[in-house]
Design a protein around this ligand. Structure first.
Ligand SMILES: C[S@@+](CC[C@H](N)C(=O)[O-])C[C@H]1O[C@@H](n2cnc3c(N)ncnc32)[C@H](O)[C@@H]1O
Length: 366
């Protein structure tokens, strides 16, 4: 697994952080968060916990989280959106003045020296279009979208133009080609493609591992159709990146880009530590009040996944929460004595999640 996570895999996050952000109470003492792209980390800081440990096996992902947080704390919102690559310019600037390098240099005092050097050495990658589409995942999604639009000629752009669900459903009927989509997903969401391009042999949805009864293709086809017909996709950054190649609509910007969230991040006094380590090593070192594990448990050895809660420090306070996401493979039989499973919150999260692909396991200490 560590080999799979060696490079920069995620830069935008295919996780809708409204879930963790809602479940995390304000002003906690200590929070644990898997790093990834950092887009799930930032809103947790907006809740102003006293301390936050950002943990990831990958140094590259941690470098991105650190940069993202520095940008959120020290740039204006317009600069932040431009710097990360959500937008192509800064409103109010003269047309020739937008300069990511200048913003980056301004962030230097707020970055560790190796992080500054890491990004400086890769400047040619991010100066033109920012960071959010640099990751291997985001690159793959964009490629899929291009095949979809240019080869299969399935142009979903008019559907994204809708301002209401009613209008969207009419446009969906008119412009979506369900049979083409189905045929495409059969290939694009096959075990072969997932393993070859994204998971390097560790795909949790392959037939001998997944807990989801539908095949990956049937699952994605049904869930995406649900998103297209029951949620306003103008508000969905994940579908926009997939189908349009960028976060095209203001309403679709993810939580980290919201004005109030950025304001709270600037206002927060959270002490952030970056730890390049296996989550199991860090979780046993101290009690955390909130633990955001992303989709990491499906990749742990079965016994360690089962004993995850029982191996946390005994001093973990009552009311502490853990949020686990999973894609096609729910963590098998986590031993939960002393903890309550928050079933109502789990189904709320499943319905709310913009990506439509995650199951949630949410625990609260009794
Ligand atoms: C598992 S990924 C989840 C990303 C994506 N949402 C998905 O569906 O796969 C998030 C991050 O977890 C990190 N990671 C995976 N397993 C880990 C572990 N055991 N300890 C620490 N970090 C881990 C990876 O390096 C990656 O940056």
């Amino acid at each position: 697994m560590s080999e799979y996570f060696k490079n920069l895999n995620y830069t935008l996050s295919n996780e809708d952080t409204r879930i963790e952000w809602t479940l995390q109470k304000p002003d906690l003492q200590s929070v644990f968060c898997i790093g990834g792209s950092g887009a799930r980390v930032l809103p947790l800081i907006a809740r102003d916990p006293k301390s936050l440990d950002v943990v990831d096996l990958s140094q590259e992902q941690l470098a991105l989280v650190e940069l993202r947080l520095a940008a959120a704390r020290h740039l204006s919102r317009d600069e932040f959106l431009f710097f990360l690559g959500y937008r192509g310019g800064i409103p109010g600037n003269s047309a020739s003045h937008d300069d990511r390098m200048e913003l980056f240099v301004n962030l230097k005092p707020h970055l560790a020296e190796p992080t500054y050097r890491f990004w400086l050495e890769r400047k040619n990658a991010w100066i033109p279009r920012g960071f959010i589409l640099l990751g291997r995942w985001e690159g793959h999604f964009q490629k899929m979208g291009r095949i979809f639009r240019e080869v299969l000629r399935l142009d979903t752009r008019p559907i994204f133009e809708a301002h209401s669900l009613e209008e969207q459903n009419k446009l969906f009927e008119k412009h979506f080609k369900p049979l083409v989509f189905k045929a495409f997903v059969r290939i694009a969401a096959s075990e072969f493609v997932f393993n070859r391009f994204l998971y390097k042999g560790h795909f949790s949805g392959q037939s001998d591992r997944r807990t989801e009864s539908r095949t990956p293709a049937a699952f994605i086809e049904e869930e995406f159709t649900r998103l297209f017909t029951r949620t306003l996709i103008r508000k969905n950054y994940f579908l926009q990146v997939l189908f349009l190649g960028s976060v095209a609509y203001e309403e679709g910007l993810p939580l980290e880009a919201r004005e109030d969230i950025l304001f709270s991040i600037k206002d927060s006094s959270t002490e952030v530590q970056y730890r390049q380590a296996n989550l199991l090593e860090i979780l046993k070192t101290k009690p955390y009040d909130f633990i955001s594990l992303s989709d990491t448990i499906s990749y742990l050895p079965e016994l360690e996944a089962k004993l995850l809660l029982q191996n946390l420090p005994k001093e973990t306070k009552s009311g502490s929460r853990m949020v686990i996401r999973s894609f096609l493979r729910r963590p098998p039989g986590i031993e939960s004595s002393g903890w309550t499973k928050l079933a109502i919150e789990e189904s709320w999260a499943r319905d709310l999640d913009t990506t439509g692909v995650y199951e949630f396991d949410i625990f609260e200490k009794g």
